[in-house]
Design a protein around this ligand. Sequence first.
Ligand SMILES: *Cc1c(COP(=O)(O)O)cnc(C)c1O
Length: 223
Amino acid sequence: MDVTANLEEINHNIRQACEKSGRNPHEITIIGVTKYVTIERTKETLQAGVKNLGENRLEGFLEKYDYIQDQASWHFIGTLQSRKVKDVIDKVDAIHSLDRKSLAKEINKRADKPVDCFVQVNVSGEESKHGLAPEDVLPFIHGLEIYENVHVAGLMTMAPHTDDEESIRSVFKKLAALRDTVKDEQLGHAPCEYLSMGMSNDYQIAIEEGATHIRIGSKLVGS
Ligand SMILES: *Cc1c(COP(=O)(O)O)cnc(C)c1O
């Protein structure tokens, strides 16, 4: 399927999920995850109107960035080693995988202006998943105040791989509640308005539970 047709279907599903939950589709940003596909396909994605792109590995990101440059807004969605921060920091619009203080420190050091960061949370507690335990998130975010170039835009999570819709939904609900807790603190460095959650298999549920940024790879660009 071409990206345009896939995008139409996704937009249709977004509208449906929004209707169901009383939300406005304009609140939802689609991040097209291009990690599985070629540069040609990435260009096609851009052409279809997806202006936010996501990559999870440094090499893949740099390869795509070389061609696309700032025709897209770039989201770094994968684990980021501190020593690689300098290679991405002036090219990305947001980092969705802030999960430790040493990374925040490096972002702060290498950036010359505040960078939108999503704090990654391991809501489901699976050992294979990156991210902070939910109870550590608020103290972690308080501790970021000293880093003037780290701007906590929101929280990010990945739902467990399962067909059990209720367990997926409960992960998204917990992240939304945690976001509300952080937002209520009204911290200058951490407005924490956004929720980066939902992928190809669960984005409708994520939207119903408040997602503002959905990260879609296979269902949009193929795999
Ligand atoms: C690969 C990836 C996605 C997209 O996955 P799909 O299931 O193909 O939509 C989203 N978020 C992260 C962090 C990823 O690594």
